[in-house]
Design a protein around this ligand. Structure first.
Ligand code: DQA
Length: 151
């Protein structure tokens, strides 16, 4: 069961960037722990700082993979194009954030992506990704990957 974790802008700097907000661990390091703990999921990780590259990746996997976990970083709050891409694909998408975006600046309270995502997980540090994977792990194959985003 293929699951893509898609990280957007500045998330390549996890472990070095604003440690008080995002922690001191790199995503590459945490990804190893995720793979060990979710052996039934075929996990892939992809990161880009570029909106179009993230959209291309959604198109590439969004009709065949069973799930996508996206942290679109600041594009979450601004990108109509990413929002349209999530709406266009079949694969269910869970939006995650490391920080609690609702406890931060008002401009972070709006998500362009959320209406087309299965759900949102925000504020649990890197464990936000873990919680999203738990959802996919529990799904029977026929329940995800096809049809409506909201079913
Ligand atoms: C973030 C929250 C966004 O507001 C911010 O722009 C990020 C990271 C998070 O994971 O907490 O880059 O998505």
């Amino acid at each position: 069961m293929k699951i893509l974790i898609l990280n957007g802008p500045n998330l390549n700097l996890l472990g070095r960037r604003e440690k008080s907000v995002y922690g001191s661990r790199s995503f590459e390091d945490y990804f190893e722990e995720l793979k060990e703990n979710f052996p039934k999921l075929e996990l892939e990780h992809f990161q880009s700082n570029t909106e179009g590259v993230l959209i291309d990746k959604l198109h590439e996997v969004g009709f065949s993979y069973k799930g996508i976990v996206i942290n679109a970083g600041a594009y979450t709050h601004t990108s109509v194009a990413l929002s349209d891409a999530i709406k266009a694909i079949d694969t269910p998408v869970i939006e995650v954030h490391i920080s609690n975006v609702y406890a931060r600046d008002a401009f972070r309270h709006k998500s362009m992506l959320a209406p087309f995502c299965k759900g949102i997980i925000t504020g649990f540090g890197l464990e936000s990704y873990w919680l999203a994977l738990q959802y996919f792990e529990k799904q029977k194959p026929k329940q995800i990957g096809f049809g409506s985003h909201n079913s």
